[in-house]
Ligand binder design. Structure first.
Ligand SMILES: *Cc1c(COP(=O)(O)O)cnc(C)c1O
Length: 366
């Protein structure tokens, strides 16, 4: 048997460590997972009711592959046409479908050198050439990314806010970039955390779609909507682009339960407002604490923040784990940085207490 030669060396995606594993391995009873940017407040009650209804009545029925009802509701909400939207099994799947539809071996694709790993992974599966452009102070360097565009460039990926650094590109920066990118290059603007952002200079990708046919915006129900386990996300773009993606889509790529939950969740604006407010409070608290401890952090706008522990991040990760906190470490270009999800107030306080202990113990030992 011979698999595609370009996939042989690919790493398997390393997810955040599950709570159950940590409890079992370390004999802990209380474990707080701040590793995967999940919503600490769960999801909307309306979404839960929709899930129960759907499971009770329709579990044996195939889903509507085109997600017609959900597409209508979302199109109305976003002010776009229904043929501008495609749903995926998480926006991860929209990324996969984009790579599948657009990239052939030898094509070039440009991304930041520390960003969401799924772009690179899928580009490599298609044997495209990945060009990584260093972040500048943790931010996308759009002029540098633009300078790497050639006539082989197919897709440029911009993650806003960027995962893992949490930084944003502003409206002015992004529009200036879009006005210079050749219209033959597809720009993917990943807005997985858009609903958390309160900064006024943040661009609204959806508004730019009418100007730029070569732009596609990705969003998800996994983050602020708190529906990560149900796997549903979407892309919004020009109908011609969406049609290409539809051509490689699996027939039933989102479940009935996910569609029903997403539809109900869309209607619960109060839940989103509450999560956004609590997240802003949590971010402010964490910034204050890092300042007090003299630790550098990036200017975070999502529901996570990345800080410099000033020691190898794997060691800090292990030490935090022994205290029941699951964080995220091992960033190739930031070996001493840890990414932490903003939790509930209680979780944030427990994390800071654990971090202080860990850094104190390290100072004593060091
Ligand atoms: C979490 C995340 C996604 C995808 O989430 P799904 O669960 O697949 O919808 C996409 N992009 C970024 C930057 C993310 O952090």
């Amino acid at each position: 048997m011979q698999p595609k030669s370009n996939i042989v060396h690919l790493p398997v995606y390393q997810p955040g460590k599950p709570v159950e594993d940590v409890k079992r391995e370390l004999g802990l009873t209380e474990v707080i997972k701040l590793a995967s940017n999940e919503n600490p407040f769960g999801c909307s009650e309306r979404a839960k009711e929709a899930v129960i209804h759907e499971i009770t009545n329709n579990a044996s029925i195939y889903p509507d592959g085109a997600s017609v009802e959900l597409t209508k509701a979302l199109a109305t909400k976003l002010g776009v046409s229904t043929d501008s939207i495609i749903f995926g099994c998480g926006s991860d799947e929209v990324i996969l479908m984009l790579a599948r539809a657009f990239l052939v071996p030898g094509d070039e694709t440009i991304m930041a050198d520390q960003t969401f790993s799924v772009y690179k992974h899928n580009a490599e599966v298609e044997n495209a050439r990945v060009i990584e452009v260093p972040l500048k102070d943790g931010k996308h360097d759009l002029p540098a990314m633009l300078s790497r565009v050639t006539d082989r460039t197919k897709i440029v990926w911009v993650c806003n806010p960027n995962n893992p650094t949490g930084t944003i590109v502003t409206k002015d920066e992004f529009e200036s970039f879009m006005s210079k990118v050749p219209s033959s290059v597809l720009v993917v603007l990943d807005e997985a955390y858009v609903e958390y952002v309160t900064e006024e200079s943040f661009p609204d990708g959806i508004k730019l779609l009418s100007t730029y046919k070569n732009l596609i915006v990705l969003r998800t129900f996994s983050k602020i909507y708190g529906l990560a386990s149900l796997r549903i996300g979407y892309g919004v773009g020009h109908p011609d682009v969406i049609r290409f993606i539809n051509q490689v889509r699996e027939p039933f790529n989102t479940s009935r339960v996910a569609q029903a939950a997403a539809l109900a969740a869309l209607e619960d604006a109060a839940f989103l407002d509450e999560c956004r407010n609590r997240n802003s409070e949590g971010l402010a608290y964490l910034r204050e604490q890092f300042d007090r401890m003299g630790l550098h952090y990036f200017d975070a706008h999502g529901n996570f923040i990345m800080f410099d522990a000033k020691l190898p991040s794997r060691d800090i990760f292990d030490a935090l784990l022994r205290k029941g906190i699951i964080s995220r470490a091992g960033w190739q270009y930031y070996p001493t940085y840890i990414r932490i999800t903003v939790g509930s107030r209680e979780e944030n306080e427990k994390f800071i207490a654990a971090l202080e202990q860990v850094l104190q113990e390290a100072a004593v030992l060091g």
